[in-house]
Ligand binder design. Structure first.
Ligand SMILES: Cc1cc2nc3c(=O)[nH]c(=O)nc-3n(C[C@H](O)[C@H](O)[C@H](O)COP(=O)(O)O)c2cc1C
Length: 231
């Protein structure tokens, strides 16, 4: 089968892309409007970009009518946003916040989602999320024009909140405890329960880990404190 994306309607290109590019992590993005109303919405066109400076991106596309989404309008106005990462337990709440509410209506209030104040930015974070990154706008890059075109939002990560419950004995995030979810095509999702390790060919083999009982917890590990090959 051959697919010519240069001759395809955008909505069909979308269907093929989201079915093929899987799984996608989910950024649950909170923002505030110019008059201080909170907004919360999920975005699975989402990735880390670099750690120097710590940067992530997510992509609010235009609506089918070609309008900007509330999240983008708020970031254009106020620059700051928070990316919370939903766990499996929060999947239904996260999905509810994809509803198109009138501009200014808060998904936190509409769906009874608890918020917690942020440290360095105005938008609150999702209180129950295992991880929440406080970000400030670096750059918005428009891609395309009109319906389903997009604006790539690059955000500088200022700080993060990590719930103690998702940390492992080594003081780093334990994926089993984080229980993150990923977006597949259509209405599909995946969990992160099946994992495997591969030693990197360009790095020394990992030393045998010490028994977990003798490993002292490291509550705030410095960047690079993971063993070589684990990144
Ligand atoms: C899991 C999930 C992932 C989504 N990913 C995106 C995305 O990457 N880009 C996008 O524009 N919309 C995405 N949506 C749809 C938006 O969440 C939806 O349009 C939302 O109403 C936007 O909210 P806002 O207008 O308050 O910004 C996604 C929805 C779900 C449920």
């Amino acid at each position: 089968m051959f697919l010519d994306f240069t001759a395809m309607e955008p909505r069909h290109a979308y269907q093929w892309m989201v079915a093929a590019i899987v799984p996608r992590p989910i950024a649950w993005v909170s923002t505030v409007s110019p008059d201080g109303r909170t907004n919360l919405a999920p975005f699975s066109f989402f990735q880390g970009v670099t750690c120097n400076p710590p940067t992530l991106l997510f992509v609010p596309g235009n609506t089918r009518e070609g309008r900007k989404k509330d999240t983008l309008l708020n970031i254009e106005a106020n620059r700051d946003f928070v990316v919370s990462l939903p766990s499996f337990a929060q999947a239904e709440q996260m999905n509810a916040t994809a509803a198109l509410l009138p501009y200014g209506d808060s998904e936190f209030e509409a769906f009874g989602i608890a918020s917690a104040p942020s440290e360095r930015v105005r938008p609150p974070r999702v209180a129950g999320a295992g991880v929440a990154f406080e970000c400030t706008l670096l750059q918005i890059v428009p891609v395309g024009e009109g319906p389903l075109a997009a604006n790539v939002v690059f955000g500088r990560i200022l700080c993060a909140h990590v719930r103690e419950e998702i940390l492992g004995a080594d003081g780093l995030i334990d994926p089993a405890r984080q229980d993150a979810i990923g977006r597949m095509g259509g209405e599909g999702y995946t969990r992160t329960r099946e994992r495997f390790d591969l030693a990197r060919p360009d790095r020394a083999p990992l030393a045998a880990p010490a028994p977990s009982s003798s490993r002292a917890p490291a509550p705030h590990p410095a960047p690079g404190s993971r063993p070589a090959g684990a990144a």
